[in-house]
Design a protein around this ligand. Structure first.
Ligand code: ADP
Ligand code: ADP
Length: 228
C-alpha cells in the first residue's frame, strides 16, 4: 500500500492544448479514488503518467513521498487493470495469474508462485476454474482473472482503466459490487477511471472530476450529491 501524490502534473502532446493541465491530488494510503469526466478529458493520460507509460511534461509524481517521475513502470510497483482484460487466450487461468510472477525471472520459487496464485484465486473465487482457458469463462470471471494478475504482484496500488466498459449492464452492476468489496477487503490504494456516473457515485471514497485536462472538483460522492 502506498500514498500517491500528484503535484501540478502537466502533459502536453506536441504543442497543442495540454491533455492534463496542472492537476494536484493527494491520494491517501488505502483510498479508493474515482477519476471521472467526458471522453477526451485526460483520464487515461493521467493514469498512464502515474503508471509510467507516459512521460510527465512537468510537475511531480510521488509514491509514498518519493519522487518517481523518471522511474520505469516496473520500479513503481503499481498494477494496471485494463478494460479488455488483456488475458492470454492460450494460457489457463492459473498461468494467466502466474504470468507476472514468471516475468520477474528467478525472483519467485515455484512454491511461492503456486501459493500466491492460489491465494489470489481464492480471494477472487476462482479456485474452481484454474485449469480453464479464458474462452471458457464468463465476462465477470475474465475480469476477475485480470484482477488476479494485479493482486498476485503485491502491488502498492491498483489503477483501473474503465475495467467494466465492455460488460453488459447486469454484469457491470455485479462487478461493480465485487470490485468495491475487494478493494475494501484488501484496503489497497486504488485509482479508478470511468465515464460512468453510477460507477463514479457508488464505488469510491472520493470522486475527482476532470474537464479538458483540468481538475474541476474533488469530493466524496455524498458531497457531490448534496451540491445544488
Ligand atoms: P480520456 O481518457 O479522458 O478519454 P485521454 O487521456 O485519452 O482522455 O485524452 C486526452 C486528450 O489528449 C485528448 O484530447 C486526446 O486526443 C489527447 N491524446 C491522448 N493521447 C494522445 C497521443 N498519444 N498523442 C496526441 N494526443 C493524445
Ligand atoms: P518485460 O520488459 O519483462 O518483458 P514488460 O515490459 O511487459 O515486461 O513489463 C515490465 C514491468 O513493467 C512489469 O512487470 C510491470 O511491473 C511494469 N508494467 C508494464 N506495463 C504495466 C502496466 N500497464 N501496469 C502496471 N505495470 C506495468
Amino acid at each position: 500500500m502506498a500514498s500517491i501524490t500528484l503535484k501540478n502534473l502537466v502533459k502536453k502532446y506536441g504543442d497543442g492544448f495540454p491533455a492534463v493541465n496542472d492537476v494536484s491530488i493527494d491520494i491517501a494510503d488505502g483510498e479508493f479514488l474515482i477519476l471521472v469526466g467526458p471522453s477526451g478529458c485526460g483520464k487515461s493520460t493521467l493514469l498512464r503518467m502515474i503508471v509510467g507509460l507516459e512521460d510527465i511534461t512537468s510537475g511531480d509524481l510521488l509514491i509514498d513521498g518519493q519522487r518517481v517521475n523518471e522511474k520505469e513502470p516496473r520500479e513503481r510497483n503499481l498494477s494496471m487493470v485494463f478494460q479488455n482484460y488483456a488475458l492470454y487466450p492460450h494460457l489457463t487461468v492459473y498461468e494467466n495469474i502466474a504470468f507476472p510472477l514468471r516475468l520477474s525471472k528467478g525472483k519467485f520459487s515455484q512454491e511461492e508462485i503456486d501459493r500466491k496464485v492460489r491465494h489470489a484465486a481464492s480471494t477472487l473465487d476462482l479456485d474452481e476454474h484454474l485449469e480453464r482457458k479464458p474462452a471458457n469463462l464468463s465476462g465477470g470471471q475474465r475480469q476477475r482473472v485480470a484482477m488476479g494478475r494485479a493482486i498476485v504482484r503485491d502491488a502498492d496500488a491498483f489503477l483501473f482503466d474503465e475495467p467494466l466498459s465492455n460488460l453488459d449492464a447486469k454484469l457491470r452492476g455485479q462487478m461493480r459490487t465485487e470490485i468495491a468489496q475487494l478493494q475494501r477487503r484488501m484496503g489497497i490504494t486504488s485509482i479508478y477511471v470511468t465515464h460512468d456516473q453510477t460507477e463514479a457515485m457508488t464505488l469510491g471514497d472520493r470522486v475527482a472530476v476532470l474537464k479538458k485536462g483540468v481538475l474541476q472538483q474533488i469530493a466524496s460522492p455524498r458531497e457531490l450529491y448534496e451540491q445544488p
